[in-house]
Design a protein around this ligand. Structure first.
Ligand code: G3P
Ligand code: MG
Length: 244
């Protein structure tokens, strides 16, 4: 089973920071998941929320803030004073810094950003092309239209569709994946059903589930036979797998 550190090792370090990614690599995670948004000038930055409020000392929205200003913000203090030096990473920085042996699942967040998908996809494709070689890389999103546009700019990228409970519960996941040429399906723990796993198997798609933070939850995933688990605590989940 593949272990993906969700927002890095976000249980032990501030989510989506270099500290969280390096902790995930040290714990032995196979991949890190990180959330990507676009600054005012379309630089790819690693940030979950569209608003700066929860995880930084800034105010306003990521898409309306220039990169230079984003880079000055403190992205660690909210978690613990120990991480006060952490900054919002750029995607390029993470790709350049992390050991190539650790894979990446870049989740693209498009909500709350009113700008053109085409322009954002173009900037993302360029960044991945320049910095993402020689590494296992999956690009995922709840925004399947964005994935479809991205695949025109970067036809060889591995894609994953994220399922949204309200929107996608009654749709066949394999169909959603095939529509954009994705090879992975990702869903939340609560959304997982046997028929979803069977559908993925029948169509040769990988299935990943978030977030799995306890041994009991992991055991349930093993019984379902899912391929990937996303966890905030790779330091708890990886030893459980080693003990099987
Ligand atoms: O990529 C899986 C998961 O991260 C999706 O939800 O809100 O944690 O980005 P969220
Ligand atoms: Mg995410």
């Amino acid at each position: 089973m593949i272990v993906v550190a969700h927002r890095g090792s976000s249980g032990t370090a501030p989510e989506n920071t270099m500290a969280a990614f390096l902790a995930a690599a040290a714990a032995g995670a196979d991949l890190i998941e990180l959330d990507v948004r676009f600054s005012a000038e379309y630089a790819c930055v690693v940030m979950h929320d569209r608003s700066l409020r929860r995880t930084t000392n800034g105010r306003g929205y990521v898409h309306a803030t220039p990169l230079a200003l984003l880079r000055r913000l403190d992205a660690g203090q909210w978690f613990s004073p120990r991480f006060a030096m952490e900054r919002i990473p750029t995607l390029a920085e993470v790709l350049d810094t992390l050991p190539p042996a650790i894979g990446m699942n870049c989740e693209i967040k498009t909500d709350g950003d009113p700008r053109s998908r085409i322009e954002r996809a173009r900037h993302l494709a360029e960044t991945l092309q320049r910095h993402g070689r020689n590494r296992l890389l999956i690009v995922s999103s709840f925004d399947h239209r964005f994935l479809s546009i991205l695949s025109h700019h970067a036809p060889t990228l591995a894609l994953g569709v994220l399922l949204q409970p309200l929107r996608d519960i009654s749709r066949r996941a394999s169909r959603l994946a095939h529509r954009v040429g994705a090879t992975c399906i990702f869903c939340s723990r609560r959304m997982l059903r046997r028929r979803l796993v069977d559908d993925a198997r029948r169509h040769n798609l990988n299935i990943g589930v978030y977030t799995i933070d306890t041994p009991a939850q992991l055991l349930r995933m093993q019984r379902y036979g899912v391929d990937m688990v996303f966890t905030n605590h790779p330091e708890i989940i990886l030893p459980c797998l080693a003990n099987v």
